[in-house]
Write a protein that binds this ligand. Structure first.
Ligand SMILES: Nc1nc2c(c(=O)[nH]1)N[C@H]1C(S)=C(S)[C@@H](COP(=O)(O)O)O[C@H]1N2
Ligand SMILES: [Mo]
Length: 364
């Protein structure tokens, strides 16, 4: 009999190559991804937005739930849903992407949730801006961090913790953080953080803490596991690594034609076709998208961005000649960053923004 759930025949592997394990498949079944064909829509429909939940979804009664502002505040308080709904309301389209999106494209791949391309979506989030509420609680002079903790607890690498993240006062001042209770005009679903979460526009998804129960003002930096123990760019387990923060420039295309059920390879009739997709770069505008057609990178036409923190549509016409093609798309942001052709490897498989390749067989 194992003495603890963390004892197994082998210690947990950091990285792995080849076939997917039962544990990875089980994680993939819990944490669904977006269907790439729905990239045709500006806003990801409810139920089609990707999910990433580390532990169990906590079931919370919205009528009795209180969000606590505590720690180094001069005027700490608690607030319920009714009072939050009575504050000024903002609805904002935000493109959220999991920092682990693309992890399965790395080799060796980190042993974790095996995302390929699908951990991204854009919802219309409704709530009240967080900054005025933090002001209302009057942070003391020495505050250097605000910790956001969710109701969900569990273990990672043997460490028990509540899911929690932090933002410094300077980070908060530069971000449009929203305290959210609705998604696409509906009350938050349990799996998306009901009844209350934050959305941190421009940052990878881990910052947008779900099932928010407390905001703690701290005079020392927050040491929660999800802040210091992971979400770092590391090459080896021993180095501290730089923190994962803003979303890197990326683009995806709606796979053209129709798929083969199992391989997802595409079949398309010859002739003119309009290829479409989305591009995003956190809160930085997208400057251009190029599409690899018949061996040449060609400039796509950009649409209007859906919002300051949301993706931009793109399209390009292609005259599909019979044969086997590998299509790809590559975005560049207004700061001049372009998607790499190959993944930039790191130990946890974070922020892989390498170009998407789509195999297409054009035939009558
Ligand atoms: N409390 C809590 N918040 C969380 C998580 C979590 O497991 N627990 N996962 C984070 C991660 S890694 C991502 S990518 C986003 C996903 O949000 P979604 O499931 O609503 O798409 O939530 C973030 N907030
Ligand atoms: Mo994530």
């Amino acid at each position: 009999m194992p003495a603890s759930p963390f004892d197994g025949p082998q210690p947990r592997r950091e990285t792995v190559s080849g076939v997917f394990s039962a544990e990875e498949v089980a994680l993939a079944n819990r944490n669904s991804g977006a269907m790439l064909e729905l990239l045709a829509l500006d806003v990801t429909p409810l139920g089609a937005h990707y999910l990433l939940t580390h532990f169990d979804v906590p079931v919370i009664d919205p009528d009795t739930h209180r969000l606590r502002f505590e720690g180094a505040f001069d005027a700490p308080f608690q607030i319920g849903l009714d009072e939050i709904r009575a504050l000024p309301q903002v609805t904002m389209p935000v493109t959220l992407e999991c920092a682990g999106n693309g992890r399965a494209g790395m080799d060796p791949r980190p042993f974790s949730m095996p995302w390929m391309y699908e951990a991204v979506g854009t919802a219309e989030w409704t709530g009240t801006p967080l900054a005025p509420l933090i002001e209302r609680a009057r942070p003391r002079a020495g505050v250097v961090d605000f910790a956001f903790e969710g109701a969900d607890h569990g273990y990672d690498k043997g460490v028990g913790h509540a899911f929690g993240r932090s933002l410094t006062p300077a980070e908060l001042a530069g971000l449009d953080v929203l305290l959210v209770h609705q998604m696409n005009g509906q009350p938050l679903a349990p799996q998306h953080g009901a009844p209350l979460r934050i959305v941190v526009p421009g940052w990878y998804g881990m910052a947008s803490v779900k099932w928010l129960t407390s905001i703690t003002a701290l005079t020392e930096r927050y040491q929660g596991f999800q802040q210091v123990g992971t979400y770092r760019f590391r090459q080896t387990p021993d180095e501290p690594g730089a923190p994962v923060t803003t979303i890197r420039v990326k683009s995806l295309m709606v796979p053209p034609g129709v798929p083969d059920w199992i391989t997802r390879k595409r079949l398309l009739a010859p002739g003119p076709v309009t290829l479409r997709g989305r591009a995003w770069a956190g809160s930085v505008p997208v400057a251009r998208v190029e599409v690899l057609l018949d061996g040449c990178w060609q400039e796509a036409t950009l649409g209007e961005p859906l919002g300051r923190h949301a993706w931009t549509g793109w399209q390009i016409d292609w005259d599909a000649a019979p044969g086997h093609h590998v299509l790809a798309c590559r975005a560049t942001d207004a700061d001049g960053n372009t998607q790499p052709l190959q993944p930039e490897w790191n130990l946890s498989g974070f922020a892989n923004n390498a170009v998407q390749c789509v195999e297409v067989f054009v035939e009558r």
